[in-house]
Design a protein around this ligand. Structure first.
Ligand code: GLN
Length: 351
């Protein structure tokens, strides 16, 4: 005799078999988990976007970090990882670039893990600055001084919240956390770190300003140094897409099932990404694309489609605000075609 558990298991298996053989139109009638459209649909859209934007030449590599100025500006890669761990890639997805500001997302998650969301909100806040990402004016002007965790001042304050007996222990904690989100070991790109550490007087100044307002929570220069290391972590587009998919998947890495980020912290992270992930380009991004995203001056952007997956594009030339031009265009195109815009009724299947 079959007991209840077995009946449930059999039904589950039967559902999977039926849904994998049914054509799309029939599947639309049946209840489905909210995963990405089928693989070939996504792959076709990615190829279209790649071909459409590969000759885009607008934008300019970041040059205030000397290493970044000499990265090949023709590099172009697209990677999507879905919450059911399908991986779709195109172009230069093996090239390891510096994660830069995208690291801020994961240090925020780690700080919340340790201190709770309320404490982090109280110590860093989450308000748009309306200023460039490295603005000292925002630190002086804003009532919170830190602004939000994704501008440099707020990010350095967030990094300063990570505890450890010394700088090394704090740094290792951060790197391990990023690696868990990626599902593989990540490492520092030493040349990027050296290049940035030699030129980061602006960030040091921000840390001293924060100290003046008592909005930094460890030694200011030590915090800047750890922050500079976290920005110099190397990722390729696929690794970054897996990190993004972990956020899209309620904090669970879809490759190995590990709960890396607390589910309750995910909405705070995604809302902050929507509001400030592309700095003073965030409003236009929300208007057009409607997905939480984060950019880095290394040329990467990760966009999160909650419950569906993450889209990463890597292409070094940036616009005025410091966001990759090609990455914005490609994600806008792909997310539009796949109906991922969170504010669009089509994102939940309504016509
Ligand atoms: N490391 C860079 C900086 O501190 C990060 C900035 C960015 O990616 N927007 O300026």
């Amino acid at each position: 005799m079959l007991n209840r558990t077995w009946v449930v298991k059999l039904l589950f298996v039967a559902t999977i078999i039926v849904s994998s053989v049914l054509p799309m139109s029939a599947q639309a009638q049946a209840p489905r988990s909210p995963v990405a459209p089928r693989r070939e649909v996504v792959a076709a859209v990615v190829k279209e976007a790649y071909d459409k934007f590969k000759n885009e030449t607008r934008g300019k590599n970041a040059d205030y970090i000397p290493y970044l100025a000499q990265v090949d500006s023709k590099l172009f890669g697209i990677a999507i990882v879905t919450t059911d761990n399908q991986v779709i890639t195109m172009g230069d997805v093996k090239y390891s670039f510096s994660i830069q500001s995208i690291s801020k997302v994961y240090t925020l998650a780690l700080a919340m893990e340790a201190l709770g969301a309320d404490t982090v909100f109280q110590k860093v806040g989450s308000e748009p600055t309306g200023r460039p990402f490295n603005s000292p004016v925002a630190v002086v002007d804003m009532p919170t001084h830190t602004g939000n965790p994704f501008v440099n001042a707020g990010a350095i304050a967030t990094t300063s919240l990570i505890s450890g007996k010394d700088a090394d222990e704090k740094w290792t904690k951060i790197l391990d956390f990023y690696s868990r989100a990626a599902g593989e070991k990540l490492t520092l790109i030493d040349e990027v770190y050296k290049s940035e550490a030699a030129t980061n007087t602006g960030n040091k100044a921000l840390s001293m300003l924060l100290a003046k307002y008592e909005r930094i929570y460890a030694d200011p220069f030590e915090s800047v140094d750890i922050y500079t290391k976290q920005c110099s972590v190397g990722v390729n587009a696929s690794q970054l897409a897996r990190m993004g998919a972990t956020l899209a998947n309620n904090g669970i890495n879809p490759a190995n099932g590990e709960q890396v980020i607390k589910a309750e912290d995910v909405p705070h992270i995604l809302s902050t990404m929507m509001m400030a992930g592309l700095y003073d380009g965030s409003g236009g991004w929300a208007w057009h694309v409607g997905l939480p995203a984060k950019s880095g001056v290394g040329g990467g952007i990760v966009a999160i489609a909650p419950g569906k997956g993450a889209i990463v594009v890597f292409a070094p030339p940036l616009d005025e605000a410091g966001n990759s031009v090609k990455a914005q265009e490609v994600i806008d195109y792909v997310a539009g075609k796949l109906n991922y815009n969170l504010y669009s009724p089509a994102s939940v299947g309504w016509k």
